[in-house]
Design a protein around this ligand. Sequence first.
Ligand code: ZN
Length: 239
Amino acid sequence: MADNILIAIAWPYANAEIHVGNITGSHLPGDIVARYHRLQGNKVLVVSGTDSHGTPVTLAADREGKPVEEVYKKYHDGFLELFQGFGITYDLFTTTHTENHFKVSQAIFLALKENGFMFTQKSLQWYSPSAKRFLPDRYVEGTCYICGFDGARSDQCDNCGNVLEPEKLKNPRSKEGGALELRETEHFYLDLSKLEPDVKRFLEERSPHLRDTVIGESLRKVEAEGLKPRPITRDLDWG
Ligand SMILES: [Zn+2]
């Protein structure tokens, strides 16, 4: 009997030209697996798309001086043309800016909230008095307070891989220029600590099929550091 095979390939941000790693690292391997299963006679569904939300995309729009909607569409169309030019076969290549995505995201949000996996908490975030708005995540860069790397983003450090608390960032600088100050804001947090036992069990069960590097970055990290609540809302108009 034919199996149903879902292949969900990682969605790149629609914020810059694609690089070869996007193709060799995720889209090409996904396509190879899809073709194998089609030859086996299985029913294959390949879904991917572009992430048109978040600060990577709004920053690209600021940089180009264009509306966000125009910028994400330009990169989205470019990605699809390029991937199809490589012969990669999607059943659906969509974006996060669709009615369907809004509906599904909101349903997941409400289900998490109703089942006790979310709470609200106040924290300090960087704020631009001249622009009269908060500057989350990549809008602010500075020195990592854990490893000392100077190009850390306010929410994470790509050098040491740690998630950062924005208010602890050293030498904070706005990507837009201008002064910064810390102001209090309130957000929804996903209580990942409640999911820790399930996540651990999920990874342990699959560990015979995972490479050491993957286990090191997932299961071993969860065992060593635990899972901590993370804010999943932002002070942004887009997305
Ligand atoms: Zn760091």
